[in-house]
Design a protein around this ligand. Structure first.
Ligand code: 4AD
Ligand code: MG
Length: 483
C-alpha cells in the first residue's frame, strides 16, 4: 500500500485518486467525536495542515481507541475519501489503525491548547510538535535553501571557514575558549601564566565569532565567495535579539566597492523574502494569523502597523533608504523621543554607537523603510574597515530592519597594507598572529567588500516572532545550554 506524507495527500495534483488505499503515519493533534464516529487530526510535520482520519468506532477495538490522545503516534491504513466537512477537500476513512507510541495525557506536556512561548522553550525537545514551531522550522529550512540558491545562481563559491580559530575577527574579545587542558590542574609558565604551548593546538584557541577573515583570503583569489556557518559570541546580552551561538551568512567579493556591496545585500534580502512568500504561503498565513491574534491583546497604540505578509511585501516592493551615520545622528538628536529623554541612551554627540532603540526609530518612525547606514565613525567599528579620506570615518554599512534593528553588518575592507597595519597597531590587534591576513594586502591586494547577515535575525523578520530563542531549534544564551 502506498505510504504518503500528508503534504502529498493534501496537494491538488496528488498521485492517488479518491477511493484509493494508502498508509499515512503521524502524531495525533486532536481527537473528537461521538459514540459512532471519531475524527482524528493527524500531523506528520510535512505541512501545517492536518489530515482528518474518520474512524467508524464500532469496527475497532475500544481499548485501542481509548489509548489515542494528543501526541500519540499512529500508522493508519485507509481509503481516500472526499470530505463532507468544510476546511479540507479529502480525508481518510480508517480501515486499520496501528498504535506506534502512546502519550499519556496526564504526563504529555504538549496538549491541544495554547501554550506560552516560554513554556515551549522549556520543552524544546517537544516543541517541534506544535504548529508554530513546525511552521518556523520549515521556513528556516526554506531560507537556508534560498540563501544557497541565491549565491549559487550568481556564481559564488561556498567556503567552509574554520570554527576553531586563533584570532578574534571582530576584535571585541567576546570569545569562547577551546582547550583540552585540565582546568583543575593548569600547566604554568615560569611567570605563572597558563602555558598554552602545552594545549592541544600549542596556542590559545577560541570558537570563531565570524568567518570573514578567512573568507577574505578566499575572495582574493576566487573572486566571489560566501560562508554560512555557526558563529559564537560570549557577550553577556540577555536580549530577545542575541544568541551565544548563531548562524551567519558572509559573502566576500573582490573588486567590490561599498555601493555594490549594498546592492548585493539588498538583492539578497529581497530574494529570500520573495522566496518565502512564494514557497511558504501556508506557514506564513498561519504565523500571520497567530500574530494578529496576539496583537489584539495589546493596547491599540502598541500594535504593529502591518500584518506579517503585508510587511514582507512592503519591504520587497520598496527601495532601502541609504544614509550616512552623520545624517542619522542629526535626525536622532532632533527627534522627539531624544528631546523628551524617552531613549534609554540619549544621543548627544557625533561618534557614539547606535543602540537598537535608535536603529528602530530611524526605520519605523522616521524613514518608515529599511535603512542602510554608512560611513560610521572609525572608533566604533572593527579594524579591517576601509578608512575614508576624512580620517574620521570608515566605509561600514549596517542594514536596519523594522522590528529588528541591525540585521546586516558589513563594509568595504582596508586593502592598503600600511593603513591596515597602522590601524591594527592603534587598536591593539596582534600583528604576529594575523600575519597571514596582512600578507593578502602585500601580494596582489585589490579593493573588496563583504557583509554578515545574522540568520536568526532574518528569521525573526520573516516569521514575525518576537524572540530570537524561538527561531532556532536549540538556543544557546547566558545560562542556557539545555537540550
Ligand atoms: O555586525 P557583525 O558583528 O559583523 C561581523 O561579524 C562581520 N565580520 C560580518 C562581515 O562583514 N562579514 O555581525 C553580523 C550580523 C549582525 O548584523 C547581526 O545580524 C548578527 O550578525 N549578529 C547576531 N545575531 C544573533 N546573536 C548575536 N549575538 C549576534 N551578533 C551579531
Ligand atoms: Mg554589527
Amino acid at each position: 500500500m502506498k505510504k504518503l506524507r500528508i503534504v502529498d495527500i493534501l496537494k491538488s495534483e496528488r498521485e492517488i485518486s479518491i477511493g484509493d488505499k494508502l498508509t499515512v503515519m503521524g502524531w495525533v493533534r486532536t481527537k473528537r467525536g461521538s459514540k459512532n464516529v471519531a475524527f482524528i487530526a493527524l500531523n506528520d510535520g510535512s505541512t501545517i495542515n492536518n489530515i482528518q482520519i474518520v474512524v467508524d468506532v464500532q469496527s475497532f477495538d475500544e481499548n485501542l481507541l481509548n489509548k489515542i490522545y494528543t501526541g500519540t503516534s499512529l500508522s493508519i491504513e485507509g481509503e481516500l475519501i472526499e470530505s463532507l466537512g468544510s476546511g479540507q477537500q479529502v480525508e481518510i476513512q480508517a480501515n486499520n489503525i496501528k498504535l506506534l507510541g502512546e502519550a499519556n495525557p496526564d504526563e504529555y506536556p504538549i496538549q491541544a491548547k495554547k501554550h506560552t512561548l516560554e513554556f515551549l522553550r522549556d520543552h524544546a525537545h517537544l516543541r517541534f510538535r506544535t504548529s508554530t514551531f513546525s511552521a518556523i522550522t520549515r521556513i528556516r529550512h526554506a531560507m537556508i535553501f534560498a540563501i544557497h540558491k541565491f549565491f549559487n545562481d550568481k556564481g559564488f563559491v561556498n567556503i567552509h571557514t574554520p570554527i576553531i580559530t586563533g584570532s578574534d575577527a571582530e576584535g571585541a574579545g567576546e570569545m569562547f575558549r577551546v582547550t583540552t587542558l585540565d582546568v583543575n590542574n593548569l600547566p604554568l609558565t615560569e611567570d605563572k601564566k597558563v602555558d598554552f604551548s602545552q594545549d592541544f593546538f600549542g596556542k590559545e584557541t577560541n570558537l570563531t565569532v565570524s568567518g570573514q577573515l578567512e573568507a577574505e583570503l578566499a575572495a582574493l583569489a576566487m573572486g566571489q565567495v560566501y560562508t554560512f556557518g555557526p558563529t559564537f559570541r560570549a557577550e553577556n546580552s540577555n536580549t530577545s535579539r542575541h544568541l551565544a551561538e548563531f548562524w551567519m551568512i558572509e559573502p566576500e567579493v573582490a573588486f567590490y566597492e561599498i555601493d555594490e556591496n549594498m546592492d548585493l545585500a539588498e538583492d539578497m534580502l529581497k530574494y529570500v523574502i520573495k522566496y518565502a512568500l512564494d514557497n511558504c504561503a501556508d506557514d506564513l498565513a498561519f504565523l500571520s494569523k497567530r500574530l494578529i491574534d496576539e496583537e489584539k491583546s495589546k493596547p491599540e497604540k502598541d500594535r504593529a502597523p502591518m500584518e506579517l505578509i503585508e510587511k514582507l511585501k512592503f519591504v520587497l516592493e520598496n527601495d532601502f533608504i541609504r544614509a550616512d551615520y552623520t545624517e542619522a545622528i542629526e535626525i536622532l538628536r532632533n527627534s522627539k523621543p531624544n528631546k523628551k529623554k524617552k531613549f534609554q541612551f540619549v544621543i548627544d554627540k557625533w561618534g557614539i554607537d547606535l543602540q537598537s532603540e535608535h536603529e528602530r526609530y530611524l526605520v519605523e518612525k522616521h524613514f518608515k523603510k529599511p535603512v542602510i547606514l554608512t560611513n560610521y565613525p572609525k572608533d566604533i567599528k572593527a579594524f579591517y574597515m576601509k578608512q575614508n579620506d576624512d580620517g574620521k570615518t570608515v566605509r561600514a554599512m549596517d542594514i536596519l530592519f523594522p522590528g529588528i534593528g541591525e540585521i546586516v553588518g558589513g563594509s568595504q575592507r582596508e586593502e592598503d597594507y600600511t593603513k591596515l597595519r597602522n590601524r591594527m597597531k592603534e587598536m591593539n590587534v596582534p600583528e604576529q598572529e594575523m600575519w597571514w591576513y596582512l600578507e593578502t594586502r602585500k601580494f596582489g591586494t585589490v579593493p573588496h567588500s563583504g557583509y554578515g547577515l545574522g540568520f536568526e535575525r532574518l528569521m525573526l523578520f520573516i516569521t514575525g516572532m518576537g524572540n530570537i530563542r524561538d527561531v532556532i531549534p536549540f538556543p544557546r544564551a547566558p545560562k542556557l545550554a539545555e537540550f
